[in-house]
Ligand binder design. Structure first.
Ligand SMILES: Nc1ncnc2c1ncn2[C@@H]1O[C@H](COP(=O)(O)OP(=O)(O)OP(=O)(O)O)[C@@H](O)[C@H]1O
Ligand SMILES: [Mg+2]
Length: 379
C-alpha cells in the first residue's frame, strides 16, 4: 500500500489569513485635538478577521472602535499601517470602491424616500438594470422581514423597523464585509434583544463578514464568534466569548467582561507550579502561571458565580456572610474574609432549604481552575 504524501502548509498563519478575510496590520491614527493635545485613537492595531465571521469590537468610550471602523470603510485615513481584504490592499482605495458597507447607529435613512427607494439607492448609483433592482429590493425586504412595507417613508416606521431598512440598504449591494457601529444603541432593551437575534440570523443566512462595534459586553458575548476587547487604541485580548470570559489575560478584560472580584494575595512556587493563599485559607494551586510582584503577591480574579458555599468544592478561605440580595435569577452574597477583603458570591436557584443568615462563618470554595491569574498592569 502506498501512503498518501503528507502536505504541510508552511506558510505563517498571517499569510494564510491574508488570502481570505480582513487583515489590519499596524493601523495607527493620531488626532490633534482643538485643545492642542494629541489622542492616539489607534495604536498599532493588528487584527485578523475571518471570512464569514461575526466579529465584535468591544471597549469603553473613546478606545478607538469607531475610528477603526471608519478606517476600514475609507471614511478615515490611517497615519500608518495597512488594511487588506483577502490579498488586496484596500486602505489606499477611495471609500466607494471598497467592497464594504456601513450601518450607523443613527440609521441615516433618506427621509424623503420610501423604504424601497432607500434600499434601491446604492443599486441605482451603480446603474443596475431596473428589473434587477426591483428583484433585489424585494429579496432584501423579505430578508429583513419588512414585506409589504416598501412604500412607507422612514417616519412611518418604528425604530426597530428603521434599523431593518438600514440593514437591508447596506446588504443590498452584497458587500463582502458589513461594518456596524453600535447599530442597536437607540433601541429599548426588548427590541434590542429581538434585533440581536435578527442580526445573527442575517449574518448566518448571508454569510457576509460582520464587524460589529458595541460597548455592551452582554451584546458582544451573545453575538460574537470572536470578540476583540479594546483599551486605549488597541486590542487588549482577542478570542471567543468563552476565551475572554473563562481566561481573561488582564485585569482590564476580567473587569470589562462579566463580574470579577480581584484579590491581591501572597504567591509562592510549589513544585512545577505556584500556590496562592487567600486570607486564612489553605494553599491553592493555580491552574495557570501568575506574574509575581516585587512584594511577593499576585492578583487573581474570581467570578462570583464560580464560588460555592456548600462545601462541594475545595476550600479556599473562610469568611463571614455580610449581605444577601435576592436578584430573581440568583442570590448575591457578600462574604467578608479574615483579612478584611470582600468576596462576591452568586448562588443559583433553588433557594429553598438554603439556610443563609448574616453572621456565621462560612466556607467559600471555587474550582481552582476558575481562579484567574491576571497580568500585572498599571491601571
Ligand atoms: N476627528 C477627531 N478629532 C479629534 N479627536 C478625535 C476625532 N475622532 C475621534 N477622536 C478621539 O479619538 C479617540 C477615539 O475615538 P472613537 O470615536 O474611535 O472612540 P469609540 O471607541 O468609538 O468611542 P464611543 O464608544 O464613545 O463611540 C477619542 O479620544 C476621541 O475623542
Ligand atoms: Mg464610537
Amino acid at each position: 500500500m502506498v501512503e498518501a504524501p503528507v502536505v504541510t502548509d508552511r506558510r505563517s498563519p498571517q499569510v494564510v489569513a491574508r488570502e481570505n478575510g480582513l487583515t489590519i496590520s499596524g493601523a495607527t491614527k493620531t488626532f490633534a485635538t482643538p485643545e492642542g493635545t494629541e489622542v492616539h485613537a489607534l495604536d498599532h492595531v493588528d487584527l485578523q478577521i475571518r471570512d464569514g465571521e461575526f466579529f465584535v469590537m468591544l471597549g469603553p468610550s473613546g478606545c478607538g472602535k469607531t475610528t477603526l471602523l471608519r478606517s476600514i470603510a475609507g471614511l478615515e485615513t490611517l497615519d500608518s499601517g495597512e488594511i487588506y481584504l483577502g490579498r488586496d490592499r484596500i486602505d489606499d482605495r477611495p471609500a466607494f470602491s471598497r467592497p464594504v458597507n456601513t450601518v450607523f447607529q443613527s440609521y441615516a435613512l433618506f427621509p424623503h424616500l420610501t423604504v424601497a427607494e432607500n434600499i434601491a439607492f446604492g443599486l441605482q448609483m451603480d446603474r443596475l438594470p431596473k428589473a434587477e433592482i426591483a428583484d433585489r429590493v424585494a429579496q432584501m425586504l423579505t430578508l429583513v422581514r419588512l414585506d409589504g412595507l416598501g412604500g412607507r417613508r422612514p417616519a412611518q416606521l418604528s425604530g426597530g423597523q428603521q434599523q431593518r431598512v438600514a440593514l437591508a440598504r447596506a446588504l443590498a449591494k452584497a458587500p463582502r464585509v458589513l461594518l456596524l457601529d453600535e447599530p442597536l444603541a437607540a433601541l429599548d432593551l426588548k427590541l434590542r434583544r429581538g434585533m440581536q437575534d435578527e442580526l445573527r440570523r442575517l449574518q448566518r443566512t448571508t454569510g457576509v463578514t460582520f464587524v460589529f462595534v458595541t460597548h455592551d459586553q452582554e451584546e458582544a458575548i451573545s453575538l460574537g464568534d470572536r470578540i476583540a476587547v479594546f483599551s486605549q487604541g488597541r486590542p487588549a485580548q482577542v478570542g471567543t466569548p468563552e476565551d475572554l470570559y473563562e481566561r481573561p489575560v488582564s485585569r482590564f478584560v476580567a473587569d470589562f467582561i462579566g463580574e470579577t472580584t480581584f484579590l491581591t494575595v501572597p504567591v509562592r512556587p510549589d513544585g512545577d507550579g505556584q500556590v496562592v493563599q487567600i486570607a486564612d485559607g489553605p494553599p491553592v494551586r493555580l491552574a495557570a502561571p501568575a506574574q509575581v510582584a516585587a512584594d511577593g503577591t499576585t492578583t487573581v480574579g474570581v467570578r462570583p458565580e464560580r464560588l460555592v458555599l456548600d462545601g462541594s468544592a475545595p476550600l479556599i478561605a473562610t469568611g463571614t456572610l455580610q449581605q444577601l440580595v435576592y436578584m430573581g435569577t440568583d442570590l448575591r452574597i457578600q462574604v467578608a474574609l479574615a483579612d478584611g477583603t470582600t468576596l462576591a458570591v452568586r448562588v443559583p436557584p433553588p433557594f429553598e432549604g438554603l439556610a443563609l443568615t448574616p453572621g456565621p462563618t462560612l466556607t467559600a470554595g471555587p474550582d481552582p481552575a476558575h481562579l484567574h491569574p491576571l497580568a500585572l498592569e498599571a491601571a
